[in-house]
Design a protein around this ligand. Structure first.
Ligand code: GDP
Length: 414
């Protein structure tokens, strides 16, 4: 169970788009610095972490109520923070009430915008003001750098213990940290002579007192780590098995086209059920994970940890593997001979050939007469047979169909 589950007024995250520029909104539960109620303390601490994570801050005040002590205290707190702050004066439901923003100049926040959240008034203006100093420059992905391996999993699953174990191993040489990002901490290491960049999502270097609050950030941090990684190590608690949260993470890893290996941790605590049992449930619950190498480890005792990086290497090789067109088409011929594509409304799907068009993730295109003749069960059959024929261990595969161009529909442009 998530440690911080007791906090119901959680921050909300949402992905959004500002004229083509992506951003994320973090909605805090509200701040009341004067309150002594522990519930409010939790919300305040969440807001503090949100402030730390954010690039731009918007303080929302109630334009109908007018200036309150709380607004003043929060504004004072925000003024000390070296990030662009914008004051949104809300509930100004008509444009002629815009002048009421001047009642809030006393807060000492230079940039004010009157808005109506309920009516969606002035929202673009608010965003433009809030993003005045924001730069959208993307991190340029490094070509040919070390393999990037993200270690992800729910709080308490054993990520920090694993990382500490890896770093303490005498075969591991830790390089000075090359780049520390806000969301995850990168550790450059060499294990048995091979360089890796570990993306650590555990936030182990954070203050212990922030623990449960930080855990709430785990979701967003995990997502960013997965985006940057080549391979994800998904740690599960072997005693608890696969939870819905992990199913969602697995789906995301697959959608992002990343390689994945599964570590069933805390195997030292498991009594009375077998590895096959665990693997069987994974195959049923999360089909993609069924293709991923799985290890039963104990980050605490060190059991099987020496197998982790050789497995990571195998998945990396899979992700970059290319199958020749000859091999692919021999596979296709056999598969079609065994089961012919079914007829649909008197027409039969014809598959002319298949080619691999890219790697990481390996992507295949089947050239057919009419894509809409492909029915789900036949697609499943082809993919399953494909998976059995080619060893793409731990890597999601992408398949698409391309139809024959209908000459009657393509008329030369005049
Ligand atoms: P994180 O939140 O994912 O970084 O998890 P931690 O590494 O902090 O581990 C959470 C707790 O589980 C700690 O008390 C660890 O000592 C314990 N733990 C981690 N791995 C194992 C393991 O393999 N076996 C056992 N018995 N305990 C473990």
């Amino acid at each position: 169970m998530d440690e911080a589950e007791g906090i119901t007024r959680d921050r909300l995250y949402a992905k959004a788009d500002y004229f083509g520029k992506p951003y994320e909104v973090i909605d805090t539960g509200g701040i009341d610095p004067s309150s002594t109620i522990p519930f409010n303390e939790a919300i305040r601490r969440q807001a503090e972490v949100a402030i730390e994570e954010a690039d731009a801050l918007i303080l929302v005040v109630d334009g109908q109520v007018g200036l309150t002590d709380i607004d003043e205290q929060v504004a004072q707190l925000l003024r000390r923070i070296d990030k662009p702050v914008t004051l949104a004066v809300n509930k100004l439901d008509t444009l002629d009430r815009q002048s009421e923003i001047h009642n809030f100049h006393g807060l000492g926040i230079e940039h004010l915008v009157g808005v109506s959240a309920a009516h969606g008034l002035q929202v673009a203006e608010l965003l433009e003001t809030a993003f005045r100093d924001t730069s959208w420059e993307e991190e340029v992905p490094e070509e040919g750098g070390p393999l990037k391996v993200a270690i992800i999993g729910r709080p308490n699953v054993g990520k920090s213990t694993l990382i500490n174990h890896i770093l303490d191993d005498e075969r591991c040489i830790v390089s000075p940290i090359a780049g520390t990002t806000r969301d995850s901490i990168d550790i450059d290491v060499e294990i048995g002579g091979t360089p890796y960049r570990l993306i650590d999502t555990a936030g182990i270097r954070r203050k212990k007192s922030e623990h449960e609050v930080v855990d709430k950030f785990a979701a967003i941090r995990t997502e960013r780590a997965m985006e940057r990684a080549d391979i994800c190590i998904l740690m599960l608690n072997a005693e608890e098995g696969l939870t819905s949260q992990e199913k969602r993470i697995a789906k995301e890893i697959e959608t992002m086209g990343k390689g994945c290996i599964l570590l069933f941790n805390k195997w030292d605590l498991v009594k009375g059920f077998r590895m096959e049992h665990c693997l069987e449930s994974i195959r049923k619950e999360a089909p993609f994970l069924g293709h991923c190498p799985a290890l039963f480890i104990s980050a605490k005792t060190g059991r099987n940890l020496e197998k982790v990086f050789p497995e990571v290497d195998r998945v990396a090789v899979s992700a970059a593997h290319r199958v020749s067109t000859g091999e692919l088409n021999r596979f296709l011929e056999k598969a079609i001979q065994k089961y012919h594509p079914p007829m649909l409304k008197g027409k039969r799907l014809r598959i002319y050939y298949v080619a691999q068009v890219s790697v990481q993730p390996p992507t295949f295109v089947f050239f057919v007469n009419k894509p809409d003749l492909m029915i789900d069960s036949y697609k499943k059959y082809l993919i399953n047979t494909f998976r059995k024929s080619f060893p793409f261990s731990g890597v999601p595969l992408e398949f698409s169909l391309k139809g024959k161009v209908d000459r009657h529909l393509v008329s030369p442009k005049t």
